[in-house]
Ligand binder design. Structure first.
Ligand code: GDP
Length: 444
């Protein structure tokens, strides 16, 4: 299928580089190319790089490599052209300008992938994975996105959908053709089917935390009294990070957020103002902001100075997920008793940091992620749709159990089907009829 118009964009980031890529997609791709490109020998065969020149009013603009893809065998499913020119700052923009003059339209963000979806080349989870791959900031996030692009999540969702579809078909057959002698599914069989679909939905929902951690990272608030060693701990954790350390713009004046990739997981570490009661208005504001950071955090590192008597419980209520970090252990005589459940560390020497990291991963379910287990993890959009599917399935189960008319259960099941279908971008009621006829063999 070819969309109405032909779009084009520079697909590589701006700046100097060896090459830049200009992509064209749509029914007029080859005509557009023809107006700006001259082959230097060789046929313009699909999927073969062809050397040639981009020209403007007979002047040569650049020597380029061009690849043509014919519909439907392309990323978008349409005729496509990729022009690889040199990566000059002005050059790629200039080539694009010529392509636009030749009749293409500037593509909207994500429009190539959107066309790929509309043309059935990718389901929605795979289309989202393309974006996840581009924005991945840790090796684990990249691996998860690559698995999603290969269809791991889309296939799982399609499996759940097929289950529900079959159940709807069963119920609908029961409603529509009772006299046909179709073995009417007993309430028990139906309940069993709904329960098994619910279990699959629940299993997918259970990956939502992982999905958020992989895509957004773990938000960690470092809190404690002034001088407990919060900044030192932050620096020490950042010092362990040899891969990605970058300040996040837009953080408030008195809280510092840094990101670090530790054991493959992205941690967003925020060093907060010291927590204590104060009458100083500026410090008060800092404490107020610290409390906001704590509220939003996935994990709180509560740092205490292990050498002082202030090892008592915090004055403020901290989040559920909290690790008590007994800092400055290098100053303690061997065998000193520490508060129960605390992790002893020295931000000065780095002792105990590995155990602290273990505890951080344990508390935020990052541990099984780093162990390389399943990486099919749903995102916030999938989660919302799965939750609505689960509530429809629960309602359907209750209706079946209460022996209510099958029409009511069918309605709920259709809602569940619709929600799950929207995850992968397909929700076709025609399919339900197809399912009835193929599996129930109504032969008249
Ligand atoms: P914050 O106010 O909680 O951010 O504390 P800082 O990180 O600024 O540390 C306060 C003081 O404690 C500084 O002089 C640090 O050098 C010192 N300090 C921090 N951590 C340790 C540690 O593990 N051992 C020792 N001996 N000193 C530390």
């Amino acid at each position: 299928m070819q969309a109405g118009d032909t779009i084009a964009a520079v697909s590589t980031p701006p700046g100097e580089g060896a090459v830049a890529l200009i992509r064209i997609s749509g029914p007029d791709s080859l005509e557009v190319l023809d107006q700006v490109f001259r082959r230097q020998g060789g046929e313009l065969l699909p999927r073969r790089a062809t050397l040639g020149e981009i020209f403007e009013d007979e002047a040569i603009i650049d020597q380029v490599l061009t690849t043509v893809f014919r519909a439907p065998s392309s990323y978008t499913g349409e005729d496509m052209v990729e022009i690889g020119c040199h990566g000059g700052i002005l050059l790629a923009a200039h080539v694009l300008e010529l392509v636009l003059k030749a009749g293409a339209r500037a593509a909207e963000p994500g429009e190539f992938t959107q066309r790929a979806f509309l043309n059935g080349k990718l389901d929605l989870t795979r289309a989202e994975a393309v974006m996840d791959i581009i924005s991945a900031r840790t090796p684990l996030a990249l691996r998860a996105a690559a698995e999603q692009l290969r269809g791991r999540l889309g296939d799982a969702i399609a499996g759940v959908r097929a289950d529900i579809l079959q159940t709807v078909a069963h119920v609908e057959a029961w409603i529509d053709f009772p006299e046909e002698g179709i073995d009417p599914a007993t309430g028990e069989i139906l309940s069993g089917k709904i329960t098994s679909a619910l279990e699959r939905v629940a299993a997918l929902l259970a990956t939502a935390d992982d999905g958020r951690i992989l895509r957004e990272g773990v938000r960690v608030a470092i809190v404690g009294r002034p001088n407990a060693g919060k900044s030192s701990l932050l620096n020490r954790l950042l010092g362990m990070d040899r891969a990605i350390v970058s300040p996040v713009p837009g953080t408030t004046r008195d809280t510092i957020e840094e990101t670090a990739c530790l054991r493959g997981i992205l941690f967003r570490l925020t060093d907060t103002a010291g927590l204590r009661d104060t009458i100083d208005p500026v410090e008060r504001e800092g404490v107020q902001r610290a409390r906001q950071v704590i509220e939003r955090a996935d994990l709180v590192l509560h740092v205490i100075d292990a050498t002082t008597v202030e090892n008592e419980a915090p004055e403020v209520a901290l989040g559920d997920r909290e690790i008590l970090v007994a800092n400055k252990c290098d100053l303690l005589p061997a065998g000193t008793k520490l508060p129960a459940g605390s992790v002893p560390v020295s931000s000065l020497t780095g002792d105990g940091l590995a155990s602290l990291l273990d505890a951080m991963l344990r508390e935020t379910c990052g541990q099984h992620l780093t162990a390389g287990q399943s990486l099919a993890a749903v995102n916030a959009r999938h989660k919302a749709l799965l939750e609505s599917a689960a509530s429809s399935l629960l309602a359907a189960a209750a209706l079946v159990k209460a022996n209510e008319p099958p029409e009511l259960a069918a309605m709920e099941l259709r809602e569940a089907l619709e929600s799950v279908g929207r995850i992968i971008g397909s929700a076709d009621t025609e399919e339900i009829l197809g399912e009835i006829f193929s599996t129930f063999c109504i032969g008249k």
